[in-house]
Design a binder for this molecule. Structure first.
Ligand code: SF4
Length: 735
């Protein structure tokens, strides 16, 4: 165990260097003071700059690890599914039953009847779904999994189509070179979006950058950073961007030289924007009617973006989590090309934002539904294959309920769930309940009795982060790595996910070298396989001892610098070798709802949907300070920091007779939730928001009392795969 002495330590106390690693995109330094084997205090980074300081969630980890609600022993269901009535069983009994169910289901229906569902509840390099459950099931003969990145599938699709790669951002320290920064639908002051994003934005502002925030809500980021806040209706971002393109074209502000040299298909896009294609000119007045953004504001923003070079447009993932979310990201990249900001200091590609990602270890793929080299899949558009061979995660409940009779690829009989809380985090909770009740067997790995865990037949308690070793790197690839040292011994009767899979592999007669390695060996192998890590981590033991390695670089790293400086020798990794404003891969899909050039498409469950007469408010599901998705929802310290509430404008509250702090019911045809109202001027009229991740807490009629938003969201997905968490119509009334 790594220990470091410190004069700030109390007598007989050791400091263990570990990390916080949650799906906020950040990875932060955590120093745990341990006395007599007990974590007594938490500190964060106070070393060399840039410090990697934990947010409130990381600092509340002690309450998480020592929570009286931790699951402490294996359990077997004795009540109805979902009732959470369990009895204690031994590990042998629990694992024997899981192994025998895996064998029974495989022999009876084939391995593809087994659903492997893992998500971002574990984002360490070793302790995650790919390295544990999927390794196990892959060696066992395969499994079915769902496709789609809940947070960012719209951005993933758009980045693949437009740039041919997900590696298309500048490192955040480059923001200090920007004259103008447009934050479009992101709130890093709360949701982090990679550690230190806010720090670099503050530095950019101090260096003179103007910051504009486009968002339906006046957020912490607006308060901290924005020179201008532009409120906008959800689902209309692409219309406003198209109108910005119109202003640039009609005033000849766009960079035609850049477009001619580096892009494909601008002429077709121009025909769309100017109305030659469909007879509708995408004027600022046209966009104002849809978005609520005044035409003058759109004109001014377009002129600013075209004139303020270099300028960084950063498209958040939230506008892309919508019915046609991929269009937003494709349109943002098109604007970046029109202004010639790609591949230059202070600019940016307005793409997936990831600047540097080294090779990753292939997860345990299933022979049934996934194939091809991992890196190839990462670089491919890959939509046709995914659409036909795997269920999209938003259709998972439908897939389980209908199976082959409903046209799906198989009939699922068993779910193996780890690092995930899908009942809570996928759309349409009531349908999810029906689906989970239909399965023959469910095994869940968990630390807590989450809404999903309540549906387990066998519930296996797993270690918390401080109870195991791991390696971590942030979303944007660096510039640092963390070794997350184990700080304390695990609770008496819990095991790590890796140990569980190893013990199941032995019962199933599986030989998988990876699962047979010790934790330390496995981490070392993973680290050694990362080509961008190894030159940095010359002395592995020293790295482990220090817990953090901050990469020294002479300056920011830009994506596509080589392509811009020497295009003849450095084509973009697309089919054409250019930035594809027009994508032949998309055209080949032959789907009017995924046009080959970016377009605004009026959204279902938007203001123009007939359903808006019955449910007139647009629901956004947003990140809060107190949770990372559904992690930390049961942490009492963090609940004090931010309570679950429905943000509603004073105008909408007044017309419904709702006062601040009163209980309200939010509802649509899919479900109802009761939650306290926060009446505010910080959200546009016509829009309400709920924090995502609150644990569904039903009464006897299935009505939620926790403000859990997925009781209201629709289990559909955008044609390119974006999850529509921000596309739902609701009504609100006093409870
Ligand atoms: S939630 Fe994210 S930012 Fe906060 S401590 Fe954890 S990893 Fe760091």
């Amino acid at each position: 165990m790594t220990t470091i002495g410190s004069d700030r330590l109390e007598k007989d106390t050791k400091m263990i260097l570990t990390g916080a690693c949650y799906d906020c995109g950040g990875r932060c330094v955590i120093k745990v003071h341990v006395k007599d084997g007990v974590a007594v205090r938490v500190e964060t980074d106070n070393g060399e700059e840039p410090q990697l300081r934990a947010c409130a969630r990381g600092r509340a980890l002690r309450r998480q690890v020592y929570s009286p609600e931790r699951l402490r022993f294996p359990q077997k269901r004795v009540g109805q599914r979902g009732e959470a009535k369990f009895e204690r069983v031994s590990w042998d009994e629990a694992l024997d039953e899981v192994a025998s169910e895996l064998i029974r289901v495989k022999q009876t229906y084939g391995a593809k009847a087994i659903l492997a569902f893992t998500l971002s509840g574990g984002v360490g390099t070793l302790h995650n779904g790919n390295m544990t459950v999927r390794q196990l099931l892959s060696s066992f003969g395969g499994y079915t999994s769902a496709w789609g990145d809940d947070s960012a599938e719209g951005a993933v699709f758009a980045a693949r189509a437009t740039y041919g790669t997900l590696t298309n951002g500048n490192t955040r320290d480059d923001l200090v070179n920007s004259q103008l920064i447009i934050l479009w639908g992101l709130n890093p002051a709360t949701s982090i979006y990679s550690t230190n994003t806010s720090l670099y934005l503050v530095q950019a502002k101090e260096a003179g950058a103007r910051v504009v925030l486009v968002d339906p809500r006046y957020t912490n980021t607006a308060a901290l950073l924005a020179d201008q806040w532009i409120p906008i209706r959800p689902g209309t971002d692409t219309a406003v961007m198209a109108a910005m393109a119109y202003v640039m074209i009609s005033e000849n502000l766009h960079d035609q030289r850049f477009l001619d040299k580096y892009t494909l298909g601008f002429d077709r896009f121009r025909d769309y924007v100017t109305g030659l294609e469909d007879g509708i000119t995408k004027t600022p007045a046209w966009a104002e009617a849809k978005s609520g953004v005044p035409a003058d504001t759109i004109v001014a923003l377009a002129r600013q973006y075209a004139a303020s070079k270099p300028a960084a447009l950063i498209p958040g993932f939230a506008p892309g989590r919508s019915a046609f979310g991929e269009q937003f990201h494709r349109m943002a990249s098109t604007l970046a090309a029109m202004t010639g900001n790609i591949g230059i200091y202070g600019g940016g590609a307005a793409g997936f934002e990831r600047p540097l990602v080294g090779p990753m270890i292939p997860p345990g793929f299933s022979k049934y539904f996934e194939g091809g080299p991992y890196e190839e899949r990462l670089r491919q558009l890959d939509v046709p294959r995914r659409l036909h061979k795997q269920p999209h995660a938003c259709h998972l409940w439908d897939f389980i309920l209908k199976g082959t009779a409903g046209g799906y690829a198989t009939d699922l009989k068993m779910a193996y769930i780890a690092f995930a809380n899908p009942l809570n985090q996928l759309p349409n909770i009531k349908k999810g309940i029906e689906a989970l009740k239909k399965l023959e067997f469910i095994v869940v790995h968990e630390q807590f009795m989450t809404p999903t865990a309540r549906f387990a037949d066998i519930l296996l308690p797993v270690t918390a982060a401080w109870e195991r070793n791991d390696f971590a790197r942030p979303w944007l690839g660096g510039p640092y790595f963390l070794y997350m040292n184990k700080a304390i011994e695990p609770l008496e009767d819990v095991k790590s996910d890796l140990e569980i899979c190893r013990e199941l592999a032995a019962r199933l007669g599986i030989h998988n070298p990876f699962l047979e390695m010790s934790e330390e060996e496995a981490i070392r192998q993973l680290v050694q396989a990362m080509e961008d890590v190894m030159p940095e981590v010359i002395d592995y033991q020293e790295f482990k001892q220090k817990g953090v390695h901050k990469i020294k670089r002479p300056g920011p790293v830009l994506s596509f610098k080589r392509q811009i400086e020497d295009p003849d020798n450095n084509p973009f990794p697309t089919l054409s070798g250019k930035i594809e404003i027009y994508s032949q891969l998309i055209a080949d899909l032959n789907n009017p709802n995924i046009p080959p050039i970016p377009k605004h498409i009026d959204t279902w469950e938007g203001p123009e949907d007939l359903l808006a007469k019955k449910y007139p408010l647009q629901l956004m599901t947003v990140h809060q300070k107190n949770r990372a998705h559904s992690c930390f929802d049961n942490n009492p310290l963090l609940r004090e920091l931010e309570q679950q509430s429905l943000c509603i404008s004073s105008k909408d509250a007044k017309s419904r007779g709702i006062k601040d702090g009163e209980a309200v019911m939010v509802f649509n045809d899919r479900g109802e939730t009761i939650v306290r109202a926060r009446v505010t001027e910080c959200i546009m009229p016509g829009i309400v928001s709920l924090g995502e991740g609150a644990w569904y807490s039903p009464d006897s009629e299935g009505r939620d009392h926790a403000g859990s938003p997925n009781i209201l969201t629709r289990d559909s997905y955008a044609p390119g795969g974006a999850f529509p968490f921000n596309t739902a119509l609701v009504e609100v009334e006093k409870a």
